[in-house]
Design a protein around this ligand. Structure first.
Ligand code: PRX
Length: 655
């Protein structure tokens, strides 16, 4: 509560400066209000107009929205397009010599590709995929480092109408395996190794391991991009080098024209229960969202050098690396490495070297860079910057002010963008030339996004009070379903307790008396670790899968840099371990979680007990575990607790 309260006391207001306003895509409150009004008065006319303006259609649509099968909405459904055509071919006429991607490798090596080069690379690779008999609607897993090639792989899938599912390179073989099985993928695109912070991290062996687990028989081909040339095991039956696949392929590939609703990709994200959800996005609605937000929120112009630091393994890297910037004809940075190598000035050096104008990153990165070198940005020339962005979690006002003053030199507006894997693009974020900013608030919904705050029965809550964040009308970039599980989609996002009407985001939020939105956090058992969503349930399942573990419960504890860290309470099958034994087993379990899910899920702290605090009916009392994990006094009612003595044991047992 402390952080929520301190956010709510924030009253400073930052008005956009004249230099920014005079060049902004949306520069007057009248422009902005007229867009909002248009959306309110003629919702379908508003979105239909934007879809015609932004997207190049192969076959125009006649119907904007079909709501007949609520909540499985269809947008622009009888239209046809190709997303890769919209990102590449469309830029060839006017911009073929324009640099599309400036790639900076971990070691500082820079490679630039123009729109013409990128088009050729995508076409050749798409032809390569077709030569492997990969067709429209087939699923492919992409497990690659940040590179030009990963963008090529995603665009090539889009070009042939295949559906990609990118798996973050930091995820384990087990996570990769689960996604291969859930999508029944026909191919995996990977690299021999990735480079991060001067170290090589193998990728291909993890693919081999994932395929060895069994149940992954759908995979016919593994395509390997040679990043470092390190030795890898080779399976002639399925492995093929990327460079060999494309070597004899034509430099043009006819796009597969697909329906507007054709799935563009599946991206897995954590929920509070069960396995990660395969969030399925559409082609046209998704692309439209990525494009209009580039224009309105990032204020993008052709002369900009755009840099979103997110990995393509997350939604941010889909919308604001692989698709949005290219569809807008942008020049963008793709960075392979980490912000702290060779030192904590790396981001600032990249901004200086490539004259970045728009910079988009996560609060966790900002906080860690403040800690490692608050004065470092001053050593670099950051005068090219004109706009800063933040995403992934609430940004605390202190970090906001540092970002504003030290990185943006009090010149650049900060767009704090609230959105989710499911929403595909920004939902609540300031239009930077118009909206006065309050540090820590993502301000107002985008024109056409009917966000609101309601109580548990779906009734609107007055300004100044907190409640559930909802979006009241369907919007084009909303996910269409959960892959293979439409019921779960419906129950999770359009639950009956809200009458099934509104999209329920799963966040709590507050709107102040000026109408500004403040995101307070998740309302479900989802942790936000370094800006990434992880379900407590997933980590618990991983722990329980270890042969030593009988029972486990996981909670989050606020952390200065990471946002939240994992605290695990574990009951072993044998006796509760003590001293060095406990330390040894805790290390073993940490490594186990890292292997099962990935290093980001590693518990910061493991506490062993003979049992977990439970009610008489056997339900784990998580609020008590949360208090213990945070080192707080237990002030809650414990009268329904069956085994109060367990609290003391868990309090004492930090490893
Ligand atoms: O809790 C919100 C938080 O991140 C969640 C979405 O996570 P994910 O689907 O992984 O997408 C992250 C990148 C879009 C949200 O439900 N979140 C995201 N952006 C913000 C945020 N919380 C506060 N402020 C934000 N700007």
């Amino acid at each position: 509560m402390a952080t929520i309260e301190s956010i709510l006391h924030e009253t400073r207001l930052f008005v956009p400066n004249n230099t920014f306003v005079s060049q902004a895509n949306l520069s007057s409150i009248e422009d902005y209000h007229s867009l909002c009004k248009e959306a309110e008065e003629d919702y379908l006319g508003f979105w239909g107009g934007l879809a015609r303006e932004y997207i190049q259609w192969h076959k125009p649509f006649t119907q904007v929205l079909d709501e007949s099968n609520h909540p499985f909405f269809k947008w622009f459904d009888d239209g046809e397009l190709n997303v890769s055509f919209n990102c590449l071919d469309r830029n060839l006429e006017a911009n073929s010599d324009k640099v599309a991607i400036i790639f900076e490798a971990d070691d500082g090596n820079v490679t630039k590709v123009t729109y013409r080069d990128l088009h050729i690379q995508v076409c050749q690779f798409a032809n390569g995929l077709r030569s492997l008999n990969i067709k429209k609607s087939d699923r492919l897993i992409i497990y690659m480092p940040m590179s030009i090639e990963v963008v090529v792989a995603m665009q090539a899938c889009a070009r042939i109408g295949a559906i990609h599912s990118v798996v973050f390179g930091g995820f384990s073989a087990k996570s990769l395996h689960d996604r291969i099985v859930d999508t029944a993928a026909v191919a995996v695109i990977t690299a021999d190794e990735q480079m991060r912070g001067g170290k090589g991290i193998l990728l291909k062996p993890l693919v081999d391991k994932a395929l060895d687990i069994g149940g992954a028989g759908s995979v016919r081909s593994v395509i390997i991009y040679r990043r470092t040339g390190t030795d890898i095991q080779w399976f002639n039956s399925r492995d093929i080098w990327w460079h060999e696949l494309i070597s004899d392929k034509p430099v043009y590939c006819e796009p597969e024209w697909v329906n507007a609703e054709h799935p563009l990709f599946i991206l897995y994200t954590s929920g509070s229960t069960g396995k990660p959800k395969g969030i399925q996005h559409s082609s046209a609605g998704y692309l439209l969202g990525a494009m209009v937000s580039m224009k309105w929120i990032f204020d993008h112009k052709l002369a900009d050098i755009f840099w979103c630091t997110a990995d393509v393994g997350w939604i941010t890297g889909h919308s604001y690396v692989a698709y949005g910037p290219l569809a807008m004809g942008a020049t963008q940075i793709v960075f392979e490495g980490v912000p702290t190598y060779p030192d904590a000035g790396r981001f600032w050096k990249i901004i200086q070297d490539h004259k970045v104008t728009i910079f988009y990153t996560a609060p966790t990165a900002i906080r860690s860079l403040i800690k490692l070198g608050p004065e470092l940005p001053k050593k670099y020339d950051l005068s090219s910057l004109r706009l800063l962005g933040s995403v992934g979690e609430p940004i605390n006002p202190e970090a906001w002010i540092w970002y504003y003053k030290v990185v943006g030199q009090s010149r650049c507006p900060i767009v704090d963008t609230w959105w989710q894997t499911e929403t595909g693009c920004h939902m609540i974020a300031p239009v930077p030339g118009v909206v006065p900013l309050k540090p820590g608030s993502c301000t107002f919904p985008l024109p056409g996004i009917m966000a609101d705050i309601v109580d548990e029965t779906g009734h609107e809550i007055e300004n100044g009070k907190g409640g559930f964040l909802v979006i009241k009308r369907p919007f084009p970039s909303l996910a269409r379903t959960i892959w293979g599980d439409p019921e779960r989609f419906k129950n999770t996002y359009f639950p009956n307790d809200l009458g099934g009407k509104y999209y329920l985001a799963g966040d709590s939020a507050n709107r102040d008396l000026d109408g500004y939105f403040w995101i307070m956090g998740r309302v479900d058992d989802v942790l936000n670790i370094s800006g990434h969503r992880l379900g407590t349930m997933e980590i618990e399942s991983a722990l329980v899968a270890n042969p030593l573990v009988a029972e486990a419960a996981v909670v989050g504890r606020p952390h200065e840099i990471k946002g939240e860290v994992v605290i695990a309470f574990v009951v072993l099958k044998g006796l509760c371990p003590q001293g060095d034994d406990a330390k040894r087993i805790a290390t073993e379990l940490r490594n186990w979680v890292s292997k099962e899910i990935g290093p980001i899920a590693k518990p910061e702290e493991i506490r062993f007990g003979n049992n977990l605090p439970k009610t008489r009916s056997g339900k784990i009392m998580r609020r008590l575990l949360r208090a213990i994990g945070r080192g707080e006094q237990i002030t809650q009612d414990v009268s329904t607790l069956e085994n109060p003595e367990i609290l003391e044991q868990l309090k004492q047992s930090i490893t």
